[in-house]
Write a protein that binds this ligand. Structure first.
Ligand code: PCA
Length: 215
């Protein structure tokens, strides 16, 4: 049995839930295909230990594919991230109270890593089943980007493909603490992440269609 590792984050910035974890936990243990199974695990939202925790999960489960998922407050769709950058610049403190400014994720590492997932095919597959999705050109400079960069760095010399997806708030979060912000229901997030992972698993060569932005 082969393994696809999905990670979600613990809540951060005063929130009590994180939709990334709520969605991936629903997929834990489910089959993605005949001989491939999803393992879903939670990562801490802290610069000091998220990368180490991720590396432990990679060593323990030895997945054939890995996708990290996080919440992006204010985004309206499943954002399939294109690129991770080698910088930490925190606008808010993480869950351990740390707020690094302009430190590298990996000292001496490359400026950036691209996702090795077929991001255009994933967007197309999601839109085809009525789930809003787009290519995102930035995963930010907080813990999500740090985990995304760490993931791509850890797997850079392997055949294991990996990437990152940001998800919006859940409706109850928008209703209670972020009025006016976009949101998607939990079932849509979970089904969207399942379809994104399945499409990535089944697609070796990405589509050549635009996912770009003018600015
Ligand atoms: N979102 C934050 C960190 C954890 C999460 O779910 C981010 O986008 O960096």
């Amino acid at each position: 049995m082969r393994t696809v590792l999905l990670t979600g984050f613990e809540p951060f910035d005063q929130d009590t839930i994180n939709p990334s974890w709520e969605a991936v936990r629903l997929l834990d243990g489910t089959q993605l295909g005949d001989d491939v199974r999803i393992i879903a695990r939670q990562l801490p939202c802290a610069f000091a230990n998220a990368g180490a925790c991720l590396n432990e999960l990679l060593a323990e489960h030895r997945p054939q594919m890995a996708i990290a998922i996080g919440l992006a407050p204010g985004r309206s769709d499943l954002s399939i991230e294109r690129v991770a950058i080698n910088i930490n610049d925190a606008r808010i403190p993480d869950n351990l109270g740390h707020q690094p400014i302009d430190s590298p994720v990996v000292p001496g590492g490359p400026a950036a890593y691209f996702s090795t997932l077929p991001i255009k095919a994933m967007v197309r597959a999601l839109r085809a089943v009525g789930i809003p999705a787009s290519v995102s050109q930035t995963a930010g400079t907080f813990v999500c980007n740090q985990v995304f960069y760490s993931l791509q760095h850890a797997l850079a010399d392997s055949a294991v493909r990996s990437g990152f997806i940001h998800v919006p708030y859940l409706p109850e979060q928008a209703a209670r603490s972020a009025p006016g912000q976009p949101s998607l229901a939990l079932e849509i997030l979970a089904e969207g992440l399942r379809i994104a992972a399945l499409t990535a698993w089944n697609t070796q060569v990405d589509l050549a269609e635009t996912g770009g932005q003018v600015s």
